[in-house]
Design a protein around this ligand. Structure first.
Ligand SMILES: [Zn+2]
Length: 349
């Protein structure tokens, strides 16, 4: 009984805690008028949504729309979300999530809002293998990787957000590998992590320029190659930049190369021309050996994407001296800057 009383009190504290006093207080829950779409269906909820630390939380029941089930135990404040090959266990007011055998930090803490258990949407959806896209007051979850933005289909939307046609260019950044696929491995260093670090710096640079930037993954998770290409195609992205690091049996090999898909398309900007720009900027910025641009007809992400696309190989993890450099923030920032310059140059052409 004592426990029940305690839980009731806890609910009261939580409910009071969600009142929007100041969005700046870290950890405060703020109600928001976001509209949520799952596979192009508007999700109706009595509760509405809240954000914490800028992350959207939604009623846990929404996982059912994403092909998962859940158990919510108000006794021990635990939520368990299960799909065919995932199990996520999280607790109220706790950033930690047991994701299979791993414990991860989520961007926001589950909470109870108006009597409903709320979970961080992006973290959960992406872990269930879905894509999340945020545009103005609309958040889209796609279980297939295909998005249909309502700005394109629904004229009557009175919104202060610029229409899709007025937005600036769209760039998709593709940090190679992730999750169960580490890419090249050297000692404790995995290529997937280096790729993601550079990708995040590049995203910040492009965001600051007002471009619309998406990443095929923004955390350590597995994403299929076809899924990456489809993601960019569905967004009708203007450019696709895949970030990788190299490995070679020749441990003396150092330097940068840019891979592209050879096409007969002779538009002003195509894979080859974009690759030339990227390679030139990387050599200039990183002052390293120039392996040139290389036509590769069989790589999925450059072959299947419909926009100019490159794979930038930033250096050889199999070379000791180069690896020492690749792991530094200085190098990663320089690499991101070289790619940033290349994107601007390609878009202006
Ligand atoms: Zn790779």
């Amino acid at each position: 009984m004592l426990k029940k009383g305690f839980i009731f009190l806890f609910v009261m504290i939580l409910c009071c805690g969600v009142l929007p006093i100041s969005a700046k207080d870290s950890g405060t829950y703020v109600p928001c008028d976001t509209r949520l779409w799952v596979d192009n269906q508007l999700v109706q909820t009595d509760t509405g949504f809240v954000t914490q630390n800028g992350s959207l939380l939604v009623p846990v029941k929404i996982v059912e729309e994403m092909g998962a089930s859940f158990q919510w135990s108000s006794e021990d404040w635990m939520i368990q979300i299960s799909s065919e090959n995932k199990r996520l266990t999280m607790y109220m007011k706790n950033y930690q999530c047991a994701n299979g055998a791993k414990v991860e930090k989520m961007p926001a803490q589950p909470t109870v809002f108006q009597g409903t258990a709320m979970i961080p949407l992006r973290y959960v959806a992406e872990n269930l293998g879905h894509f999340v896209l945020w545009s103005g007051k609309d958040v889209y979850v796609s279980t297939t990787g295909e998005f249909q933005l309502i700005t394109e289909t629904n004229e009557e939307k009175p919104d202060v957000q610029p229409s899709k046609s007025l937005m600036k260019k769209t760039v998709v950044i593709d940090p190679g590998h992730g999750g169960s696929d580490p890419g090249a491995v050297s000692g404790k260093i995995n290529e997937k992590d280096l790729n993601l670090q550079v990708a995040k710096i590049l995203k910040d640079l492009l965001d600051q320029k007002g471009m619309t930037v998406y990443m095929t993954r923004s955390e350590d998770r597995y994403v299929g190659l076809h899924q990456r290409a489809e993601f960019a195609n569905n967004l009708k992205a203007d450019l696709f930049v895949s970030i990788h690091h190299n490995a070679s049996p020749n441990t003396a090999a150092q330097g940068v190369m840019t891979l592209f898909y050879p096409t007969s398309n002779n538009q002003k900007m195509n894979g080859r021309r974009f690759a030339e720009i990227v390679q030139r900027n990387m050599v200039e910025e990183l002052k390293t050996r120039d392996w040139g641009i290389i036509a590769r007809p069989n790589l999925v992400v450059t072959r299947r994407t419909k926009m100019p696309a490159v794979i930038a190989e930033l250096g050889f993890m199999t070379n000791k001296a180069e690896l020492d450099r690749l792991v530094t923030y200085e190098f990663q920032k320089q690499a991101a800057e070289a790619l940033y310059k290349s994107v601007l140059e390609a878009l202006q052409n």
